[in-house]
Write a protein that binds this ligand. Structure first.
Ligand code: ADP
Length: 368
């Protein structure tokens, strides 16, 4: 049964500092009334969104994340996951207008800072009202819903330090509470979640995915996140960082610091790093610098997370956010850092729809 006022289309939007995430619910069955009432425009929009996987130069549909046959407020349908850079909002609005969105009197659920920043533009340019929701409420709501709906949503990494043996394994997250939720977007937020409506934002850091991308572009001349990750994948951060063994010749065993631990990030390319640091700097590659940037940012997040977990006495940490997109290096680093420093008591968990929970949570709150 369709609740009155819940007119299609159903969208949830999370307009972040870097990426705009758009979740679209495509109903499986359309009632006769709806079919009769469905204006040509709406049909066109539905077809445009579901038949393409790229929109313009920078919009993408993550077809591998698509969820069929989900139930939202009594309706069955498919969830589609679409993203584009927030900097392209102008083009997005122009496209939405050209598809006739302005003629449909609709409300779109929106969260993230951009829901405030662009509210006027939505109204003026596409005649769309935004129903605004809090981003952390949306994040948790979306995450709990997707985790419950998708049986293979949650996973962890076994043997994260061993490339040969390392594997993604499903994790049963049916009894979730309490857990830490670490959202690594442009910046980082850390939440302690005790129940579905019971959470606190306990910490955060501005050194997040945006920092990685910014520094990596500056240091290597790369232009995209994908490029940055590709460089990092073939780089070696130990050619850039000073390790404990570079200082001690081995580990600092009295305090349990292994030789391979980074003692000082980027030390080896600084001018007072060593006598021949200029030569050293010249032998360091773009790949090494990208890797060192990725490792530095990731380890810092890991270290803050570990302190939060200790403080809150929470043993499971769920890492989300688009920084983890196509980024197994960081996931494995976080997994091994949680495991190593907690002597096995802390568990790092990950979710397949990593960056989309805010947008999903927002869609779920839609009342039309
Ligand atoms: P926000 O809501 O702050 O935009 P996200 O969770 O969407 O946060 O994550 C943004 C981060 O994800 C970027 O800072 C970058 O590190 C990473 N990222 C992953 N894929 C992309 C991409 N295609 N373009 C830009 N950044 C990306």
């Amino acid at each position: 049964p369709c609740e009155s006022g819940n007119s299609m289309p159903w969208f949830g939007m999370d307009i972040g500092g870097t990426l705009c995430k758009l979740v679209y619910f495509e109903p499986k069955y359309i009632t006769k009334d709806e079919a009769d009432a469905e204006v040509e425009t709406l049909k066109n929009i539905r077809q445009y969104l579901t038949k393409n996987s790229a929109y313009g130069k920078t919009g993408h549909r993550d077809a591998h994340l698509q969820m069929d046959d989900v139930c939202i407020r009594g309706r069955r349908g498919t969830l589609h996951f679409i993203r584009f850079p927030t900097s392209e909002m102008g083009n997005f609005l122009a496209l939405a207008k050209s598809k006739g969105m302005a003629n449909l009197v609709t409300t779109v659920c929106a969260t993230g800072g951009g829901a405030y920043k662009f509210e006027e533009n939505f109204k003026k340019e596409v005649n769309l009202s935004l129903a605004k929701f809090d981003e952390l409420d949306s994040l948790i709501r979306g995450m709990l819903y997707i985790e419950m709906t998708n049986p293979c949503e949650c996973y962890y990494w076994t043997n994260p330090t061993d490339d040969e043996k390392c594997q993604k394994m499903p994790y049963d997250f049916s009894k979730p509470y309490p857990f830490l939720l670490v959202n690594i977007g442009s910046g980082v937020s850390i939440l302690a979640v005790q129940g579905p409506n019971d959470y606190r934002r306990i910490s955060g850091t501005s050194l997040g995915g945006g920092t990685f991308l910014g520094l990596c572009c500056l240091l290597t001349g790369c232009n995209t996140f994908e490029e940055a990750i590709e460089l990092a994948t073939s780089g070696d951060s130990t050619r850039v960082d000073k390790l404990v063994k570079d200082i001690y010749g081995g580990g600092y065993s009295r305090f349990g610091l292994p030789g391979d631990l980074v003692a000082s990030s980027f030390y080896d390319v600084c001018s007072f790093g060593q006598m021949n640091s200029k030569d050293r700097r010249n032998t360091v590659t773009k790949e090494d610098l990208a890797r060192a940037t990725l490792v530095t940012i990731t380890n810092n997040i890991g270290s803050i997370t570990r302190m939060c977990a200790l403080n809150e006495k929470i043993e499971r940490v769920v890492f989300v956010g688009n920084f983890l997109r196509v980024n197994p290096i960081s996931m494995k680093l976080l997994a091994s850092a949680m495991d190593y420093w907690s002597k096995g008591t802390l568990k790092a968990l990950f979710l397949e729809h990593e960056g989309y929970f805010g947008a999903v949570g927002c869609l779920l709150q839609f009342t039309g």
